[in-house]
Design a binder for this molecule. Sequence first.
Ligand code: NAD
Ligand code: MG
Length: 334
Amino acid sequence: MKEESKMTRRQVVAGLGTTLAAAAVVPAFAGNGLNLKPADGVKISDPTTLHPKPPFKSQPQPWPGLQSKMDPVPDCGETSYKGSGRLMGRKALITGGDSGMGRAAAIAYAREGADVAINYYPTEEQDAQEVIALIKKEGRKAIAIPGDLRSEEFCKSLVQKAIAGLGGLDIIVNNAGRQQSINSIVDVTTEEFDSTMKTNIYAPFWIIREALPHLPAGSAIIGTTSEQAYDPSPDLYAYAQTKAATMNYVKSLAKQLGPKGIRVNGVAPGPIWTALQISGGAQPEKQQMFGSWTMLGRPGQPAELASIYVQLAAADASFASGQVYGSSGGVGQP
Ligand code: NAD
Ligand code: MG
Protein backbone atom coordinates (compact mmCIF):
# COMPACT_ATOMS: atom_id res chain seq x y z
CA MET A 1 0.00 0.00 0.00
CA LYS A 2 1.40 3.41 -0.89
CA GLU A 3 2.42 5.64 2.00
CA GLU A 4 0.02 8.42 1.20
CA SER A 5 -2.84 6.04 0.61
CA LYS A 6 -3.69 5.15 4.17
CA MET A 7 -4.17 6.99 7.39
CA THR A 8 -2.65 5.16 10.32
CA ARG A 9 -4.02 4.99 13.81
CA ARG A 10 -1.00 6.99 14.99
CA GLN A 11 -1.83 9.80 12.56
CA VAL A 12 -5.44 9.60 13.66
CA VAL A 13 -4.53 9.74 17.34
CA ALA A 14 -2.00 12.54 16.72
CA GLY A 15 -4.65 14.53 14.92
CA LEU A 16 -7.28 13.80 17.51
CA GLY A 17 -6.65 16.87 19.64
CA THR A 18 -7.07 19.17 16.68
CA THR A 19 -10.10 17.25 15.50
CA LEU A 20 -11.76 17.42 18.88
CA ALA A 21 -11.12 21.15 19.11
CA ALA A 22 -12.53 21.64 15.63
CA ALA A 23 -15.52 19.46 16.46
CA ALA A 24 -16.90 22.24 18.64
CA VAL A 25 -17.44 24.42 15.60
CA VAL A 26 -17.48 22.04 12.58
CA PRO A 27 -20.07 19.27 12.49
CA ALA A 28 -18.09 16.01 12.43
CA PHE A 29 -18.86 12.39 11.56
CA ALA A 30 -19.33 11.12 15.10
CA GLY A 31 -20.24 7.57 14.13
CA ASN A 32 -16.62 6.46 13.84
CA GLY A 33 -15.85 7.25 17.46
CA LEU A 34 -12.99 9.49 16.46
CA ASN A 35 -14.95 12.53 15.26
CA LEU A 36 -13.18 12.38 11.91
CA LYS A 37 -14.22 14.78 9.18
CA PRO A 38 -14.68 13.55 5.61
CA ALA A 39 -11.51 15.46 4.70
CA ASP A 40 -9.57 13.17 7.08
CA GLY A 41 -10.47 10.15 4.96
CA VAL A 42 -8.01 7.61 3.60
CA LYS A 43 -7.12 7.71 -0.08
CA ILE A 44 -8.01 4.50 -1.83
CA SER A 45 -5.74 2.95 -4.45
CA ASP A 46 -6.40 0.61 -7.35
CA PRO A 47 -4.85 -2.74 -6.31
CA THR A 48 -4.30 -3.74 -9.95
CA THR A 49 -1.74 -0.95 -10.42
CA LEU A 50 -0.30 -0.74 -6.92
CA HIS A 51 2.66 -3.12 -7.44
CA PRO A 52 4.80 -4.55 -10.27
CA LYS A 53 3.17 -6.78 -12.86
CA PRO A 54 4.61 -9.61 -14.96
CA PRO A 55 6.52 -10.29 -17.11
CA PHE A 56 9.51 -10.41 -14.77
CA LYS A 57 13.00 -11.12 -15.98
CA SER A 58 14.43 -14.58 -15.44
CA GLN A 59 16.59 -14.40 -12.30
CA PRO A 60 17.41 -17.80 -10.84
CA GLN A 61 19.42 -17.84 -7.62
CA PRO A 62 20.80 -20.78 -5.68
CA TRP A 63 18.63 -21.76 -2.67
CA PRO A 64 17.64 -20.02 -0.41
CA GLY A 65 18.24 -16.83 -2.42
CA LEU A 66 18.66 -13.22 -1.35
CA GLN A 67 15.72 -10.92 -1.88
CA SER A 68 18.08 -7.91 -1.98
CA LYS A 69 19.35 -9.29 -5.32
CA MET A 70 15.87 -9.62 -6.87
CA ASP A 71 14.49 -7.36 -9.57
CA PRO A 72 12.15 -5.88 -8.50
CA VAL A 73 13.16 -6.20 -4.85
CA PRO A 74 10.14 -7.51 -2.91
CA ASP A 75 8.28 -4.81 -0.98
CA CYS A 76 8.17 -5.82 2.67
CA GLY A 77 6.78 -2.52 3.93
CA GLU A 78 10.19 -0.96 4.58
CA THR A 79 8.99 2.50 3.54
CA SER A 80 5.23 2.09 3.91
CA TYR A 81 4.20 0.22 7.07
CA LYS A 82 3.01 2.54 9.84
CA GLY A 83 2.44 1.19 13.32
CA SER A 84 -0.07 2.27 15.93
CA GLY A 85 1.02 0.49 19.09
CA ARG A 86 -0.98 -2.68 18.51
CA LEU A 87 1.81 -4.98 19.78
CA MET A 88 3.44 -2.67 22.30
CA GLY A 89 5.70 -4.65 24.67
CA ARG A 90 5.11 -8.00 22.92
CA LYS A 91 7.98 -10.44 22.27
CA ALA A 92 8.01 -12.24 18.93
CA LEU A 93 10.07 -15.00 17.31
CA ILE A 94 9.73 -15.13 13.52
CA THR A 95 11.37 -17.85 11.41
CA GLY A 96 12.38 -16.83 7.91
CA GLY A 97 12.40 -13.25 9.22
CA ASP A 98 15.10 -12.10 6.79
CA SER A 99 12.94 -11.91 3.68
CA GLY A 100 9.46 -12.21 2.21
CA MET A 101 6.46 -12.54 4.49
CA GLY A 102 8.60 -13.10 7.61
CA ARG A 103 10.47 -9.86 6.97
CA ALA A 104 7.20 -7.98 6.39
CA ALA A 105 5.88 -9.36 9.69
CA ALA A 106 9.14 -8.47 11.51
CA ILE A 107 9.07 -4.86 10.26
CA ALA A 108 5.38 -4.47 11.08
CA TYR A 109 5.74 -6.06 14.53
CA ALA A 110 8.60 -3.72 15.44
CA ARG A 111 6.63 -0.70 14.25
CA GLU A 112 3.68 -1.90 16.34
CA GLY A 113 5.95 -1.90 19.40
CA ALA A 114 7.17 -5.51 19.66
CA ASP A 115 10.70 -6.77 20.31
CA VAL A 116 11.59 -9.26 17.60
CA ALA A 117 13.93 -12.24 17.20
CA ILE A 118 14.42 -13.50 13.66
CA ASN A 119 15.76 -16.82 12.46
CA TYR A 120 17.16 -17.39 8.98
CA TYR A 121 19.56 -19.67 7.15
CA PRO A 122 23.20 -18.56 7.70
CA THR A 123 23.76 -17.64 4.02
CA GLU A 124 20.98 -15.02 4.33
CA GLU A 125 22.96 -12.79 6.69
CA GLN A 126 22.83 -9.84 4.26
CA ASP A 127 19.02 -9.75 4.08
CA ALA A 128 18.79 -10.45 7.82
CA GLN A 129 21.03 -7.55 8.81
CA GLU A 130 18.78 -5.13 6.90
CA VAL A 131 15.83 -6.35 8.98
CA ILE A 132 17.80 -6.14 12.23
CA ALA A 133 18.67 -2.51 11.40
CA LEU A 134 15.02 -1.70 10.64
CA ILE A 135 13.83 -3.21 13.95
CA LYS A 136 16.50 -1.30 15.90
CA LYS A 137 15.50 1.90 14.16
CA GLU A 138 12.13 1.56 15.88
CA GLY A 139 13.89 1.43 19.25
CA ARG A 140 12.96 -2.24 19.71
CA LYS A 141 15.16 -5.21 20.62
CA ALA A 142 16.33 -7.11 17.54
CA ILE A 143 17.82 -10.58 18.00
CA ALA A 144 19.44 -12.36 15.05
CA ILE A 145 19.56 -16.15 15.39
CA PRO A 146 20.90 -17.81 12.21
CA GLY A 147 20.74 -21.59 11.89
CA ASP A 148 19.31 -24.58 10.08
CA LEU A 149 15.73 -25.40 11.08
CA ARG A 150 16.13 -28.97 9.84
CA SER A 151 18.00 -29.72 13.07
CA GLU A 152 16.00 -30.50 16.21
CA GLU A 153 18.88 -29.36 18.41
CA PHE A 154 19.02 -26.03 16.60
CA CYS A 155 15.25 -25.50 16.92
CA LYS A 156 15.47 -26.04 20.68
CA SER A 157 18.40 -23.62 21.01
CA LEU A 158 16.58 -21.11 18.79
CA VAL A 159 13.68 -20.94 21.24
CA GLN A 160 15.99 -20.68 24.26
CA LYS A 161 18.08 -17.94 22.63
CA ALA A 162 14.94 -16.00 21.66
CA ILE A 163 13.57 -16.22 25.22
CA ALA A 164 16.92 -15.17 26.69
CA GLY A 165 17.35 -12.30 24.23
CA LEU A 166 13.80 -10.98 24.42
CA GLY A 167 13.22 -11.67 28.11
CA GLY A 168 10.26 -13.93 27.31
CA LEU A 169 8.10 -14.90 24.36
CA ASP A 170 4.42 -14.40 23.49
CA ILE A 171 4.27 -14.51 19.69
CA ILE A 172 5.68 -17.29 17.50
CA VAL A 173 5.47 -17.00 13.72
CA ASN A 174 6.44 -20.30 12.09
CA ASN A 175 6.93 -18.82 8.66
CA ALA A 176 10.12 -20.36 7.19
CA GLY A 177 9.43 -22.71 4.33
CA ARG A 178 11.10 -24.87 1.72
CA GLN A 179 9.56 -25.08 -1.77
CA GLN A 180 11.29 -26.78 -4.69
CA SER A 181 9.44 -27.26 -7.96
CA ILE A 182 9.99 -30.78 -9.36
CA ASN A 183 7.78 -31.93 -12.21
CA SER A 184 7.78 -35.67 -11.50
CA ILE A 185 7.63 -37.59 -8.23
CA VAL A 186 10.21 -39.88 -9.83
CA ASP A 187 12.76 -37.06 -9.49
CA VAL A 188 12.00 -36.20 -5.88
CA THR A 189 14.96 -37.55 -3.91
CA THR A 190 14.52 -38.82 -0.39
CA GLU A 191 16.88 -36.04 0.73
CA GLU A 192 14.73 -33.35 -0.90
CA PHE A 193 11.51 -34.81 0.48
CA ASP A 194 13.10 -35.03 3.92
CA SER A 195 14.38 -31.44 3.77
CA THR A 196 10.91 -30.18 2.90
CA MET A 197 9.27 -32.13 5.72
CA LYS A 198 11.93 -31.12 8.24
CA THR A 199 11.70 -27.41 7.41
CA ASN A 200 7.95 -27.10 6.99
CA ILE A 201 6.54 -29.64 9.46
CA TYR A 202 9.17 -30.78 11.98
CA ALA A 203 10.61 -27.32 12.72
CA PRO A 204 7.26 -25.79 13.81
CA PHE A 205 6.65 -28.92 15.94
CA TRP A 206 10.07 -28.70 17.61
CA ILE A 207 9.77 -24.93 18.12
CA ILE A 208 6.24 -24.96 19.56
CA ARG A 209 7.00 -27.94 21.84
CA GLU A 210 10.10 -26.23 23.22
CA ALA A 211 8.38 -22.86 23.65
CA LEU A 212 5.07 -23.95 25.16
CA PRO A 213 6.12 -24.09 28.82
CA HIS A 214 7.26 -20.45 28.47
CA LEU A 215 4.20 -19.01 26.69
CA PRO A 216 1.82 -17.03 28.90
CA ALA A 217 -1.94 -16.98 28.36
CA GLY A 218 -2.65 -14.41 25.66
CA SER A 219 0.20 -15.67 23.47
CA ALA A 220 -0.33 -16.18 19.74
CA ILE A 221 1.11 -18.83 17.43
CA ILE A 222 0.89 -18.20 13.68
CA GLY A 223 1.79 -20.59 10.88
CA THR A 224 2.29 -19.64 7.25
CA THR A 225 0.34 -22.13 5.18
CA SER A 226 -0.64 -21.58 1.52
CA GLU A 227 -3.34 -21.78 -1.09
CA GLN A 228 -1.37 -24.95 -1.99
CA ALA A 229 -2.96 -26.60 1.06
CA TYR A 230 -6.28 -26.52 -0.74
CA ASP A 231 -5.36 -26.54 -4.44
CA PRO A 232 -1.96 -28.21 -4.90
CA SER A 233 0.13 -27.69 -8.06
CA PRO A 234 1.39 -30.84 -9.79
CA ASP A 235 5.06 -29.82 -9.48
CA LEU A 236 4.81 -29.15 -5.73
CA TYR A 237 4.06 -32.69 -4.56
CA ALA A 238 6.23 -32.47 -1.42
CA TYR A 239 5.67 -28.81 -0.57
CA ALA A 240 1.89 -28.72 -1.03
CA GLN A 241 1.26 -31.57 1.41
CA THR A 242 3.31 -29.75 4.08
CA LYS A 243 1.05 -26.72 3.68
CA ALA A 244 -2.02 -28.94 4.13
CA ALA A 245 -0.30 -30.23 7.29
CA THR A 246 0.27 -26.67 8.47
CA MET A 247 -3.39 -25.80 7.97
CA ASN A 248 -4.25 -28.93 9.92
CA TYR A 249 -1.87 -28.39 12.88
CA VAL A 250 -3.20 -24.85 13.23
CA LYS A 251 -6.67 -26.29 13.77
CA SER A 252 -5.70 -29.14 16.11
CA LEU A 253 -3.39 -26.99 18.23
CA ALA A 254 -6.02 -24.26 18.45
CA LYS A 255 -8.28 -26.86 20.08
CA GLN A 256 -5.52 -28.19 22.33
CA LEU A 257 -4.18 -24.80 23.47
CA GLY A 258 -7.42 -22.78 23.54
CA PRO A 259 -8.14 -23.73 27.17
CA LYS A 260 -4.65 -22.42 28.09
CA GLY A 261 -5.52 -19.06 26.49
CA ILE A 262 -3.10 -19.52 23.59
CA ARG A 263 -4.45 -18.79 20.12
CA VAL A 264 -3.18 -20.60 17.00
CA ASN A 265 -3.91 -19.30 13.50
CA GLY A 266 -2.61 -19.48 9.96
CA VAL A 267 -2.02 -17.21 6.99
CA ALA A 268 -2.60 -18.67 3.52
CA PRO A 269 -0.92 -16.52 0.86
CA GLY A 270 -1.48 -16.87 -2.87
CA PRO A 271 1.41 -16.10 -5.24
CA ILE A 272 3.71 -13.62 -3.50
CA TRP A 273 6.86 -12.14 -5.06
CA THR A 274 9.63 -13.55 -2.85
CA ALA A 275 13.05 -15.24 -2.99
CA LEU A 276 11.36 -18.61 -2.46
CA GLN A 277 10.05 -18.49 -6.02
CA ILE A 278 13.33 -17.63 -7.78
CA SER A 279 15.49 -20.08 -5.79
CA GLY A 280 13.87 -23.28 -7.04
CA GLY A 281 10.28 -22.69 -5.96
CA ALA A 282 8.90 -22.11 -9.46
CA GLN A 283 9.86 -23.21 -12.97
CA PRO A 284 11.46 -20.29 -14.94
CA GLU A 285 8.43 -19.75 -17.22
CA LYS A 286 6.05 -19.65 -14.22
CA GLN A 287 8.39 -17.28 -12.39
CA GLN A 288 8.50 -14.87 -15.32
CA MET A 289 4.68 -14.67 -15.52
CA PHE A 290 4.32 -14.96 -11.75
CA GLY A 291 0.90 -13.92 -10.48
CA SER A 292 -0.50 -13.16 -13.95
CA TRP A 293 -3.32 -15.62 -13.25
CA THR A 294 -4.70 -13.72 -10.25
CA MET A 295 -7.68 -11.41 -10.67
CA LEU A 296 -5.36 -8.45 -10.06
CA GLY A 297 -2.99 -9.58 -12.82
CA ARG A 298 0.08 -9.53 -10.58
CA PRO A 299 1.69 -11.31 -7.64
CA GLY A 300 1.18 -10.00 -4.14
CA GLN A 301 3.99 -8.26 -2.29
CA PRO A 302 4.90 -9.37 1.26
CA ALA A 303 3.93 -5.90 2.56
CA GLU A 304 0.33 -6.60 1.55
CA LEU A 305 0.14 -9.41 4.12
CA ALA A 306 1.88 -7.66 7.04
CA SER A 307 -1.34 -6.40 8.59
CA ILE A 308 -2.73 -9.96 8.66
CA TYR A 309 0.22 -11.18 10.75
CA VAL A 310 -0.30 -8.17 13.03
CA GLN A 311 -4.04 -8.79 13.31
CA LEU A 312 -3.64 -12.46 14.25
CA ALA A 313 -1.07 -11.61 16.94
CA ALA A 314 -2.90 -8.60 18.39
CA ALA A 315 -4.71 -8.86 21.71
CA ASP A 316 -7.95 -7.51 20.24
CA ALA A 317 -8.22 -10.58 17.98
CA SER A 318 -8.88 -12.54 21.18
CA PHE A 319 -11.65 -14.73 19.68
CA ALA A 320 -9.71 -15.69 16.54
CA SER A 321 -8.21 -19.15 16.94
CA GLY A 322 -8.03 -22.07 14.54
CA GLN A 323 -8.56 -19.63 11.68
CA VAL A 324 -6.73 -19.43 8.37
CA TYR A 325 -6.73 -15.97 6.81
CA GLY A 326 -6.13 -15.94 3.08
CA SER A 327 -4.63 -13.28 0.80
CA SER A 328 -4.48 -14.38 -2.80
CA GLY A 329 -5.68 -11.73 -5.22
CA GLY A 330 -9.08 -13.20 -5.97
CA VAL A 331 -8.06 -16.79 -6.66
CA GLY A 332 -7.31 -19.78 -4.44
CA GLN A 333 -8.59 -20.66 -1.01
CA PRO A 334 -9.38 -20.04 1.80
P1 NAD B 1 11.36 -16.35 1.46
O1 NAD B 1 12.34 -17.15 0.69
O2 NAD B 1 11.56 -14.89 1.49
O3 NAD B 1 11.28 -16.87 2.96
C1 NAD B 1 11.44 -18.23 3.29
C2 NAD B 1 12.48 -18.31 4.38
O4 NAD B 1 12.53 -19.65 4.89
C3 NAD B 1 13.89 -18.03 3.94
O5 NAD B 1 14.18 -16.65 3.97
C4 NAD B 1 14.72 -18.81 4.95
O6 NAD B 1 15.19 -17.94 5.95
C5 NAD B 1 13.74 -19.76 5.57
N1 NAD B 1 14.24 -21.15 5.51
C6 NAD B 1 14.00 -22.08 4.58
N2 NAD B 1 14.67 -23.21 4.88
C7 NAD B 1 15.34 -22.98 6.05
C8 NAD B 1 16.19 -23.75 6.88
N3 NAD B 1 16.48 -25.03 6.59
N4 NAD B 1 16.70 -23.17 7.99
C9 NAD B 1 16.42 -21.88 8.30
N5 NAD B 1 15.60 -21.11 7.55
C10 NAD B 1 15.07 -21.66 6.45
O7 NAD B 1 9.94 -16.73 0.87
P2 NAD B 1 8.44 -16.48 1.37
O8 NAD B 1 7.62 -16.71 0.17
O9 NAD B 1 8.30 -15.20 2.11
O10 NAD B 1 8.20 -17.69 2.35
C11 NAD B 1 7.63 -17.54 3.62
C12 NAD B 1 6.52 -18.56 3.80
O11 NAD B 1 5.46 -18.25 2.91
C13 NAD B 1 6.92 -19.99 3.51
O12 NAD B 1 6.40 -20.84 4.51
C14 NAD B 1 6.23 -20.27 2.20
O13 NAD B 1 5.94 -21.64 2.05
C15 NAD B 1 4.98 -19.44 2.35
N6 NAD B 1 4.26 -19.13 1.11
C16 NAD B 1 4.85 -18.44 0.11
C17 NAD B 1 4.12 -18.14 -1.03
C18 NAD B 1 4.72 -17.36 -2.16
O14 NAD B 1 4.12 -17.31 -3.24
N7 NAD B 1 5.85 -16.73 -1.99
C19 NAD B 1 2.79 -18.56 -1.15
C20 NAD B 1 2.21 -19.27 -0.10
C21 NAD B 1 2.95 -19.55 1.03
MG1 MG C 1 15.38 -15.36 2.78
